[in-house]
Design a protein around this ligand. Structure first.
Ligand SMILES: [Zn+2]
Length: 78
């Protein structure tokens, strides 16, 4: 089984557990039953490394609430 993330347009993100490879493009929101699209392209496996799991959670949070970057890496703005 794998956990897949979806995002309801009204209620926000939620997870659903389905067999590997059987996650539809949309599922009903568990709260309001609205069709909700997949939020991630890759499934999160139940036995995932905790460090990687937390890193992915940080990555997800950074979409809506990015942490302040004190120094850009790679590129220099002039
Ligand atoms: Zn909803």
């Amino acid at each position: 089984m794998a956990t897949y993330a979806y995002r309801c347009p009204d209620c926000g993100a939620f997870d659903t557990i389905r067999p590997m490879g059987e996650a539809p493009e949309r599922v009903e929101c568990p709260r309001c039953a609205a069709p909700s699209p997949r939020a991630w392209t890759a499934p999160r496996l139940a036995g995932m490394n905790p460090a990687l799991r937390s890193a992915l959670a940080r990555e997800e949070a950074s979409r809506d609430a990015p942490e302040v970057v004190t120094r850009a890496s790679g590129t220099t703005r002039r």
